[in-house]
Design a protein around this ligand. Structure first.
Ligand code: ZN
Length: 157
């Protein structure tokens, strides 16, 4: 087995869409990024790359490459899935945590899980997504940013 850890943070600002786990969430602010700012997907990609010892998302999908400008992070996840397919491993399970003060995410978690399981070709019970606030503390607590952490476990095919 191999395990990988991923973490990502993006700034919340007016004038941007809020997309998490491939789901667009109605909110007055969104995540600033070269791509669509989906820090949940970015953290999962980083965890996959970590588990395979393939570096990080910035190396594989550089943010100065015009082909990644405004790209859906689900497309990047599809690319990351290819690295698993080329390896001797398959996904055992994924566990994620979203640190987000506002908006409340619970109504969107299931759709995020469906988006991710579709692309990674895994069952819904192989992916867990949790969300919590930062008790109004710090930049996350003041809704200045959203941070995501993910762990991916790979096992032999
Ligand atoms: Zn990111």
């Amino acid at each position: 087995m191999r395990v990988g850890l991923g973490k990502d943070i993006h700034i919340l600002k007016k004038g941007y869409d809020l997309i998490l786990g491939g789901t667009k969430i109605p909110f007055k602010k969104g995540l600033v990024s070269y791509s669509d700012g989906d820090c949940l997907i970015h953290s999962i990609i980083d965890a996959i790359l970590g588990a395979l010892s393939l570096g990080d998302i910035g190396q594989k999908f550089p943010d100065n490459d015009p082909k990644y400008k405004g790209i859906s992070s689900l497309t990047l996840l599809k690319e990351a899935k290819k690295f698993i397919d080329e390896s001797n491993y398959k996904i055992s399970n994924i566990d994620c945590f979203i640190s987000c003060e506002k908006p409340k995410l619970k109504d969107y978690i299931n759709e995020m899980k469906i988006n991710i399981s579709d692309i990674l070709d895994i069952n819904l019970d192989q992916i867990s997504i949790k969300a919590g606030t930062n008790e109004k503390m710090g930049y996350i607590g003041r809704s200045k940013a959203i941070e995501c952490e993910s762990i991916v476990l790979l096992e032999d095919k």
